[in-house]
Design a binder for this molecule. Structure first.
Ligand SMILES: O=C(O)CCC(=O)C(=O)O
Length: 292
């Protein structure tokens, strides 16, 4: 769908100025958006994941472990595809107000892609270098949007996800390093233009929700605080956007139409996109390369 058609479709959740802000800035933050009932259910499910991770000693299809993880002191980087491991996460991704929110920025027909739950554990949870998402999962157009949900209060000391305003209208950067590794990191020397005034921080009370366009540059610092920063990230697109590389976080829900109808035509954006390595045999996230 063209932007004009998206803006002409009836809004379900956002005001017209909030919709315009998303398209202008490349993200939108909605402080305290989520109701307490959903927040409580998601947090309890997250606690169950942490309990389940105790006996796990190496990364598997469900958990990416933080350094120092052990039975007594579980520490997680990520639950991979929470929608695959607890039905509450799929209910949230498909039946809550979230797909309506997405429809306001991609049009009435919404396709689910994948989900992840990043913990950024207390006292050292690792940094994410500046990157854009779409090179890791290219689609035929740039409608893909990540919905972030803060499961706990987040302040500046917890390594909040940080975005670069209006970077979605700029170029897509090379996410390979000089040796040809796909490091999901934009080289520092390319980002000298990013001033403090261009950054915005996804801090706020638990239940704060943000929408992040797939071209927007973002990253996050180390969590130096004594509180973890669980952040649920669900990715969707317009139904007429089709991925053309393997989904790095596949699930049985990949491609499910969560609002509206299947597309009969693909919409192709003429701007080209870098492609990732072949992940059809598996993917463990960016940390392996970024921590080198
Ligand atoms: O959890 C974070 O702070 C950043 C996550 C992120 O950028 C990603 O998963 O692509």
């Amino acid at each position: 769908m063209q932007l004009k058609e998206v803006l002409e479709s009836e809004s379900k959740v956002l005001t017209s100025s909030q919709r315009e802000e998303y398209f202008h800035r490349g993200y939108l933050k909605l402080e305290g958006f989520l109701d307490t009932a959903w927040l409580t259910r998601l947090r309890s499910a997250s606690m169950r994941f942490i309990e389940k991770s105790r006996p796990v000693s190496r990364n598997n299809e469900m958990f990416v472990l933080e350094n120092g993880h052990c039975y007594e002191h579980p520490k997680l980087r990520r639950v991979v595809s929470p929608v695959s491991h607890d039905k509450i996460f799929w209910e949230f991704a498909s039946e809550s107000v979230i797909p309506d929110l997405v429809a306001d920025v991609v049009g009435p027909n919404v396709r689910f892609f994948h989900s992840k739950l990043n913990y950024k554990w207390a006292n050292g949870g690792q940094r994410f270098e500046w990157h854009q998402d779409i090179q890791a999962w290219p689609h035929t157009n740039y409608s893909p949007v990540t919905v972030g949900v803060l499961l706990e209060d987040v302040n500046m000391s917890q390594g909040p996800l940080t975005v670069v305003k209006r970077s979605h209208v700029g170029p897509l950067y090379d996410l390979y390093d000089n040796r040809g590794n796909f490091v999901i990191r934009i080289a520092k020397e390319k980002l000298g233009w990013v001033t403090e005034a261009l950054k915005d921080y996804m801090i706020g009370p638990a239940g704060t929700v943000f929408l992040l366009n797939c071209r927007t540059i973002h990253g996050s610092d180390v969590n130096y605080s004594s509180s973890s920063r669980p952040l649920l990230l669900n990715v969707y697109s317009a139904a007429d956007a089709f991925p053309y590389s393997a989904n790095p976080i596949p699930s049985i829900y990949d491609g499910t139409i969560v609002r509206g109808e299947r597309a009969r035509w693909a919409h192709h954006d003429p701007r080209s996109c870098q492609v990732p390595p072949d992940w059809s045999a598996g993917y463990v996230g960016p940390w392996a390369h970024q921590s080198k």
